[in-house]
Design a protein around this ligand. Structure first.
Ligand SMILES: [Zn+2]
Length: 447
């Protein structure tokens, strides 16, 4: 019994130790597996964290790139949609070729005079067809050769054609854009010229040295011109320089620029006419152009459009009118534009169509909604060259004389300011520079 019992105990001890051993084995194996799982989990987790960190880093990088871009974009002209692109720009480049030719022959004092200017269309794109008299004091052939060379280097697919010996044509893409009437003349002394307004000085200092002639009170005012400077709101100094010109300019201020509010305050102090420069969706957004903060997009629902518009308007206190910043896509959309025109009407504001697309529905909607409406005729500074801008100002004068009124739009470029400062000394005094509201009153009194 005792042996049996011993055996039994022995076996049972053996069994117990076997069980304990196995339990221990299981325990340690479990521990090892758990540790292993933990280690694997840690590896997975840290790799996940690393991926996340990398993602965040990329995001920060992307954000900083966006921020950098938007920092760059706070410089207004980088924001600006390439307006007057395509054919209109080619016509401006031909103007530049003409100016450059005169510049190269500067000692001969060649003078340009706009005889006529009419809006024509090339595949739906409006451009200004110009008839220009060239008072020539050099041989026809030397002027012809230089102009031909400059046209070739500046304007793709352009030609200079002699129609009759003193009537030359500039032809771009098969379309005549300029008629030049060549008149032989003796050497001119620009400071003695009585017609300084029509002189594009070949030397800027000549222009600035001209004596400013006071306009007699009896001089009849034949034309009215409004000058709007778009994309305002970044530089207070620039605004101050504009305020000091001896003719009024209208500020069109972007809603969320760095100094929007301060530029608005300055305008009110100087009694400068203020407009909201309303950012609208351009074609090719966002790759080609970005209208910046506060922009209206065609995909937005009516409530959203209204909210954004009212917030934008609040940013520019004292605005009496609106014009579009970019908007080649938005201004073609009748439904979205109708909603904005309804809001404009309710608030007694006017709308100036910057015409960034020939397909703008602004004119039709203004008529339907009875909103005071005007269109710009001239962009002053598609080419940021002082002489080219002066030439555009001269075109604007010609349109104002021909049609009775004109609107020119410029941007806060250094060259634009310089051109305006020079122009104030040489401009045609029979043209009155006025605020946009005055133009609208004149327009209404005519009809
Ligand atoms: Zn703009």
């Amino acid at each position: 019994m005792s042996i049996k019992s011993f055996k039994k105990n022995f076996f049972s001890r053996k069994k117990i130790s076997f069980i304990i051993r196995n339990l221990l084995l299981i325990f340690f194996a479990g521990l090892t597996i758990a540790t292993l799982i933990d280690v694997l989990f840690s590896i997975w987790h840290s790799s996940k964290v690393a991926t996340q960190a990398k993602k965040e880093q990329n995001h920060v990088l992307l954000q900083s790139q966006v921020n950098n871009t938007s920092q760059k974009q706070t410089v207004p002209y980088i924001f600006e949609e390439k307006i007057g692109h395509g054919f209109e720009l080619k016509v401006h480049q031909a103007d530049l070729a003409l100016l450059q030719t005169i510049n190269e022959l500067t000692k001969y004092g060649i003078r340009l005079e706009h005889e006529n200017i009419v809006t024509r269309y090339f595949y739906g794109t409006p451009f200004q067809f110009q008839t220009i008299t060239v008072h020539l004091s050099v041989t026809y052939s030397s002027f012809f050769k230089k102009l031909q060379k400059n046209l070739k280097s500046l304007v793709a697919n352009s030609r200079l054609i002699i129609n009759t010996h003193n009537r030359w044509l500039i032809v771009i893409d098969g379309q005549t854009t300029h008629l030049l009437i060549i008149k032989p003349t003796t050497l001119l002394n620009s400071t003695n010229s009585t017609d300084t307004a029509n002189l594009i000085s070949t030397n800027a200092t000549n222009a600035t040295n001209n004596t400013v002639k006071t306009t007699p009170a009896t001089t009849p005012k034949k034309g009215y011109l409004a000058i709007i400077i778009d994309d305002m709101g970044e530089s207070l100094l620039f605004a101050r320089h504009l305020a000091q010109l001896n003719f009024p300019v209208t500020f069109s201020v972007l809603p969320y620029s760095t100094r929007t509010r301060r530029v608005c305050d300055l305008a009110q102090n100087y009694q400068i006419e203020l407009m909201l420069h309303l950012p609208m969706e351009p074609d090719g957004y966002p790759e080609r152009a970005n209208p910046g903060p506060g922009a209206l997009f065609v995909h937005m629902n009516p409530a959203r459009l209204k909210t954004i518009f009212l917030q934008d308007l609040q940013q520019v206190p004292g605005a009496v009118g609106i014009n579009n910043h970019m908007g080649s896509r938005f201004t073609r959309n009748k439904k979205s534009m109708a909603l904005i025109f309804n809001e404009i009407k309710k608030r007694g504001l006017f709308f100036v169509d910057s015409l960034t697309t020939p397909g703008s529905v602004g004119k039709i909607l203004a008529r339907q909604n009875n909103v005071p409406y005007l269109q710009r005729q001239i962009f002053l500074d598609n080419i940021q060259d002082e002489k080219a801008i002066l030439f555009q100002l001269q075109k604007a004068e010609s349109i104002a004389l021909k049609k009775g009124m004109a609107i020119a739009i410029g941007h806060p470029y250094r060259q634009t300011l310089k051109a305006l400062q020079d122009w104030q000394k040489i401009r045609n005094k029979s043209i009155q520079v006025v605020q946009v509201r005055r133009l609208l009153k004149i327009k209404n009194s005519k009809f």
